[in-house]
Ligand binder design. Structure first.
Ligand SMILES: [Zn+2]
Ligand SMILES: [Zn+2]
Length: 235
């Protein structure tokens, strides 16, 4: 019966490829075979703090060398380029929720080992405000966190971290304005003393969202805050 429902749903809402956006020939796949390596990956040389690509001899990127971060480490799988941007737009705004399955699997495939080593007690997706959640219908980071949690058998919490108010787009703000913009945007509902948590989001750009969430989680007692992001800007 479950299988039949599946077949039926696939006819009504066929799965598309997250890379080329065509309907998948084999509806049991998450991506076309020829698109498997369609997104550019972060190579073997990345900043040990924020996960952005660095030159082979560098341990940290220029930005991380000069500042303290509230999170312990971020790892991203892909580079945020035009292809990935388009994929995420369809995922977030045009109903291609199935892309999240491929994103989750990719995260587990490429950095799953490291996530296991962190040994997080819980995965925490970066939340949306309730207004935005209603508008969008789902939390793109939450969907990915659920897939990762299933695969790596780590609990996922959708309500430890709350987003209280909307922040303005960070793009046009300077460093001081960014900080102010994100200050108090998040709220932690639980006592996290002794916990190791891993925060999940789709894109890592300046790191300011992660910074704000992580400082909030640490203030609530979290011992370690790791970050998992699908993709990163190139710094
Ligand atoms: Zn494809
Ligand atoms: Zn860095």
């Amino acid at each position: 019966m479950k299988k039949l429902i599946h077949v039926f749903l696939n006819v009504l809402y066929p799965r598309h490829c997250p890379v080329c956006h065509r309907i998948l020939r084999n509806q049991a796949d998450l991506v076309c075979p020829e698109c498997e390596d369609g997104f550019r990956r972060v190579g073997g040389h990345y900043c040990l703090k924020c996960g952005k690509p660095v030159k082979p001899q560098e341990e940290y990127c220029a930005e991380c060398r000069g500042r303290k971060r509230s999170f312990d480490r971020n790892r991203s799988v892909f580079l945020y380029d035009g292809k990935l941007r388009q994929s995420l737009v369809r995922y977030k705004y045009y109903g291609a929720r199935e892309y999240g399955d491929f994103y989750g699997v990719s995260i587990c495939r490429y950095i799953g080992e490291e996530i296991r080593r962190w040994n997080p007690d819980v995965l925490i997706p970066i939340p949306l405000t309730s207004a935005k959640l209603r508008m969008r219908g789902f939390n793109q980071a939450g969907y990915m966190a659920d897939r990762i949690g299933e695969k790596l058998e780590i609990p996922v919490s959708h309500d430890i971290l709350k987003k209280i108010h909307e922040t303005r787009s960070q793009k046009k703000l300077n460093a001081v304005q960014r900080k102010q913009n994100l200050k108090d945007a998040f709220y932690v509902k639980e006592d996290l003393r002794g916990f190791t948590v891993a925060v999940v989001d789709d894109v890592y750009t300046t790191g300011s969202t992660m910074e704000a969430a992580a400082s909030c989680l640490k203030a609530a007692g979290a011992e370690k805050v790791y970050c998992i992001t699908l993709c990163t800007g190139q710094g």
